[in-house]
Design a protein around this ligand. Sequence first.
Ligand code: ATP
Ligand code: MG
Length: 348
Amino acid sequence: MTVSAFTFAVDDGSTNVKVSWIENSQLKTIISPNSFRKDWKSAALRRDKKVYNYTIGTTKYTYDATSDKALETTHVDYQYDDLNLLGVHHALLQTSIEPCPVRLVVTLPITEFYNAEDCQRNEENIEKKRQNLMREINLNKGDLFEVVDVVVMPESVPAVLSTLMNSSCNEYTRSLVVDCGGTTLDMGVVVGEFDDVSAVYGNKEIGVSMVTDAARKALAAADSDASYLVANELIKRRYDMEFVREVVNDESQIETILTKIENKIHELGSAVAYEAKKFAKNPNRVYIVGGGASLIAPALKEAYATLGDRVVLVSDAQSALARELCMYHSDLDELEVAPESLIEVEDE
Ligand SMILES: Nc1ncnc2c1ncn2[C@@H]1O[C@H](COP(=O)(O)OP(=O)(O)OP(=O)(O)O)[C@@H](O)[C@H]1O
Ligand SMILES: [Mg+2]
């Protein structure tokens, strides 16, 4: 293991790669959406638009934010394939650090990380993921980071590490952590201040992509075919009418499209709340993280109404896991300031 490598915490989700690192005693975070297609792009017309043409083995890929031919990453095998390798390297290039040898702390859905039956680490999956990220990849006309070591962590539960440490809970407190990502719903129950992870749950059918798919379908029906990225942006900015008008070509369809999106969000919330109640009936606290957190928070607040404000939508929910993993795995002794006073620079 190389000790001198720079550490990045990378929550490499299927739709977005979240990267956190420490630079000049500050915690920095970027979010890099996955949108790749096969073959290369020709040189950009504008100099300020960089082209990212990659090769893995003999296959050529390019980063293409708006292509409707973008390869789907919303399947669980994504964790071990070319697209994951591309997503991670591409995200690292979006940071302010120059390519150098790096140690990566990455994530696996909680049910891939642990065996479902006995909650033990699934070493086979962990190793498969490590090997995938150590594979050779090339960037045309550019340098990439050299991955010298990979540490794999589970999704969801570590996202509330420091929240729990600062929340005066006792050793019996049971906290339910709900991570609603693009493709999967991950949940875990943490006991005390992280004394134990007592149960894990994963569902590959429930995620924001339910809403994204509905949005894409509705857009296509209105002659406005859109990539995952654009559809997701529409979900996020559905109250911003100026943006909505830009995306929807047939304006007479706007109301129908927005209603379909709202209905799907409601359906997603109900599905999450139902699964959560089945999984953890009476937790003492509920923490909501992941990109879909704000979409499902109202449904969870209703499902756990008696907990009141102990149902918490974690701030900057989408990147919470990357930030926590970064704080946990970086050599904080080297910092001049206490971790709590690290200044967050969110720069999407
Ligand atoms: N504020 C927001 N409102 C609505 N949707 C959002 C918001 N922020 C992010 N999203 C959506 O959340 C999804 C991504 O969430 P996240 O980054 O947690 O997923 P992921 O980690 O890539 O997926 P998974 O964990 O399932 O592999 C995207 O569909 C994105 O558009
Ligand atoms: Mg995720």
